[in-house]
Design a protein around this ligand. Structure first.
Ligand SMILES: [Zn+2]
Length: 394
């Protein structure tokens, strides 16, 4: 049955695939390569119109030793995470345009149009908990575990060093997991865990949270892949935390609609005889002169000369560093924001990324409580990775 109050999985997938096809060939999977595609669609309940606002493709994740203390590298290039970062880039531009956001002088905050909602889609089940099927049959479970182990290796391009390193808890439904890197541990949580976090804290992250009146949640999560199972997805995204008590006026555990459509095929979907594409692709619905499309390799811009590889010129527009610059630009352009956040305009040039994140006091406080309730084993990135300023030479 057609639900006129929101776009169908098919509508969302079509918008994603159409955009993907329209992008230049450079960076896309070549022959015998697969990738995962994730996208975010804006839907306006008043006008009934939908538009794609963010797209991400990718399968890779960077190991602990490659992390960057300047915020120049995107550590996690799984499609879901890239789509979310493209979405953040879109949101920063939207705050400048004031199309879906409006400044509310009473609340001293940006308020989003109440008719606007966002729908998320991925062409594969998110790695981690959602991949573990919860079907009591032991034989089926054993089969699934083998598949999960194999697909996790294929999925991330990583090889598990030996079975000694194999976490026996990994097949337990409901627990948190990190992503494997190339033979190296990563500090990145699985996509199931990250989506679950967005489902309580919102997708906007700390910096944007300090500027907007309410967190932004996905209204529906949509999957077009053969192996997706509704029970597992629901468990991974919210059911594993049902019954725990967490009450906050701003952040609440959501129960978004989760939909699966196995009939929709992505042309570069995973195949056992294909290799994962090494590239990440990101696109945001922003003005063309801002270069909305980027290709990444190892978390940096593709095509950067070796000499510039460790400079800010190698950073993607969706890197922490560039989001930080966007955030500071917004503050500089609207001094009311500085007042509201209790920060001097003159301090903005030497403030660190980490202390900017701390400006979102409510977000940080709520996250600490929510971590205790839901995400106890969430990895913490070393503080020295967040202490950079907007001046890359300092
Ligand atoms: Zn993932």
């Amino acid at each position: 049955m057609c639900d006129k109050n929101k776009p169908s999985v098919q509508d969302i997938a079509e918008l994603c695939f159409e955009k993907f096809e329209s992008l230049p060939k450079t960076g896309k999977p070549t022959e015998n390569q697969w990738t995962i595609l994730a996208g975010i669609v804006e839907f306006n309940r008043q006008t009934g119109s939908s538009q794609l606002v963010a797209l991400g493709c990718g399968t890779k994740c960077i190991g602990q030793s490659k992390l960057c203390s300047q915020g120049l590298i995107v550590n996690d290039s799984h499609a879901e995470v890239l789509a979310r970062r493209s979405f953040l880039r879109f949101l920063y531009e939207e705050l400048k345009q004031e199309r879906i956001f409006h400044w509310n002088s009473e609340l001293k905050s940006y308020v989003m149009d109440e008719h606007v909602e966002f729908h998320f889609l991925s062409t594969q089940t998110p790695c981690g908990d959602a991949c573990i099927l919860d079907d009591g049959d032991p034989e089926e479970q054993a089969k699934r575990q083998r598949f999960d182990k194999e697909s996790e290796i294929i999925y991330t391009g990583a090889k598990l060093i030996s079975d000694l390193n194999y976490d026996p808890m990994r097949q337990t439904p409901g627990v948190l997991r990190t992503k494997p890197g190339r033979g190296e541990r990563t500090l990145s949580m699985s996509c199931s865990d990250k989506i679950a976090r967005w489902n309580v804290m919102g997708v906007q992250g700390a910096l944007l949270d300090s500027l907007i009146s309410k967190p932004i949640y996905f209204n529906s999560l949509n999957f077009c892949c053969d192996d997706a199972q509704l029970e597992s997805l629901e468990r991974a995204i919210y059911k594993r935390w049902e019954g725990r008590s967490f009450k906050h006026y701003r952040f609440q555990l959501q129960k978004p609609q989760i939909r699966i459509d196995c009939g929709i095929k992505f042309e570069f979907a995973q195949r056992p005889d294909w290799q994962p594409s090494p590239n990440g692709l990101v696109w945001s619905k922003i003005s063309d002169d801002l270069r909305p499309y980027e290709i990444s390799v190892n978390g940096k811009r593709q095509g950067v000369t070796k000499k510039k590889l460790n400079t800010h010129q190698a950073a993607l527009a969706i890197s922490k560093y560039n989001f930080f610059l966007n955030f500071l630009d917004l503050l500089k352009s609207k001094t009311l924001l500085c007042e509201m956040l209790d920060i001097n305009l003159s301090d903005l040039d030497h403030i660190t990324y980490s202390s900017c994140k701390d400006l979102a006091k409510e977000y940080q406080l709520a996250w600490r409580h929510i971590k205790d309730q839901y995400f106890l084993q969430w990895t913490k990135k070393p503080n020295e990775l967040l202490n950079f300023t907007s001046n890359p030479n300092k």
